[in-house]
Design a protein around this ligand. Structure first.
Ligand code: NAD
Ligand code: ZN
Ligand code: ZN
Length: 346
């Protein structure tokens, strides 16, 4: 365990969902808690048994651990390491407490990170050491949204060259999915969003067509199927709504279409046509884009530094922590892609 100053943090839709949708789409979690889980910072100090980190190291804290030793970490089939999982979901560290309190009351830690704070304490299995020349106010986005969407296309979907894709929801996760499809050299990438303000950016990221479900009377899956002569090879859901998950699934081609769910909901149920599944489609979900967090995030930082992966283009606003509520307003009104909140100059 160690403490480190958080330098910058993105504001993700999941932060908003925990704040306002607990008991609706989200399971109950203990409050009060410090939100924020898409961050980068510098190690301030380390605990006695920590050997892989030293004060001054640049790091990205991770809501998904990677212990490197368990059956899951050793398997190429999954990134779901369960180290400290139960405690992390309960908002505490391995010893059952959090290091955050206010006026003597326990304050819980969000997803093991809590980056809307100048300092946080995290286990060494939930933090990636990154290169010293990486700009923290950009690479923080690799702590969640960009890695998730990009990996949804690359790792979960395994999007192929010359394929056709549809991305539902063009927030940071969806734009990163578009970027993944483009890197995989998809021939056609259809962006779907009810907010047409997102289309210009989606085209910059590689979308070849952009469609707004509100412009059509018929269901959007029928529009996609018609436009592509039978459906897309890959559909990526980046909204978090069961109805859109179903639309994404039904947008895929029979025989081999794959639908990847990246959008988040914990308590809602999705219904699908069994017949469409039987006709050869695949439906799968992804957590953190399938990346093995501690091991893969430094490589994504390298990809950004080598101009293979965009990050700057996701950032639409920079604000100090005191204006965090403005960041939430921008996210909810659809005016931002990502606001990066600076923790050190507020
Ligand atoms: P965001 O709010 O920035 O983007 C969501 C987009 O969906 C917006 O552009 C919005 O206009 C669009 N949208 C809303 N309703 C729609 C509809 N009916 N049809 C088409 N588009 C619609 O959110 P984000 O930060 O990009 O996150 C997207 C989702 O991914 C959220 O559910 C979030 O919780 C989830 N998420 C999942 C993981 C994971 O590990 N699987 C990680 C991060 C985020
Ligand atoms: Zn997130
Ligand atoms: Zn593990």
């Amino acid at each position: 365990l160690y403490g480190h100053p958080v330098v910058a943090t993105g504001v993700c839709h999941t932060d908003w969902e925990y704040l306002f949708e607990t008991g609706k789409g989200m399971k109950f979690r203990p409050f009060p808690l410090v939100l924020g889980h898409e961050a980068a910072g510098i190690v301030e100090s380390t605990g006695p048994e920590v050997t892989r980190f030293s004060p001054g190291d640049k790091v990205i804290p991770l809501f998904l651990p990677y212990c490197g030793e368990c059956e899951r970490c050793l398997s190429p089939k999954t990134n779901h390491c369960k180290k400290n999982w139960t405690n992390m979901q309960a908002g505490v560290l391995a010893d059952g407490t959090s290091r955050i309190s206010c006026k003597g009351q326990q304050v819980y830690q969000f997803l093991g990170v809590s980056s809307f704070s100048q300092y946080t304490v995290v286990p060494d299995t939930s933090v990636a050491k990154i290169r010293s020349d990486a700009p923290l106010d950009k690479v923080c986005l690799l702590g969640c949204g960009v890695s998730t969407g990009y990996g949804a296309a690359i790792n979960a979907g395994k999007v192929e060259k010359d394929s056709s894709c549809a991305v539902f929801g063009l927030g940071a996760v969806g734009l990163a999915a578009v970027m993944g499809c483009k890197v995989a050299m998809a021939r056609r990438i259809i962006g779907v969003d009810i907010n047409p303000d997102k289309f210009e950016k989606a085209r910059q990221f590689g979308a070849t067509d952009c469609i707004n479900p509100r412009d059509y009377i018929k269901p959007i899956q029928e529009v996609v199927v018609e436009k592509t002569g039978g459906g897309v090879d890959y559909a990526l859901e980046c909204v978090g709504s069961p109805a859109i998950m179903n639309a994404a699934f039904e947008s895929t081609r029979d025989a081999w279409g794959t639908c990847v769910i990246a959008g988040w909901t914990e308590t809602e149920v999705m219904s699908i046509s069994v017949e469409k599944l039987l006709m050869g489609r695949t439906l799968k979900g992804t957590y953190f884009g399938g990346w093995k967090s501690v091991k893969d995030v430094p490589k994504l930082v390298d990809d950004y530094m080598n101009h293979k992966l965009k990050l700057d283009e996701f950032i639409t606003e920079k604000l100090p922590l005191v204006q965090i509520n403005k960041a939430f307003d921008l996210l909810k009104s659809g005016k931002s892609i990502r606001t990066v909140v600076s923790l050190q100059d507020s």
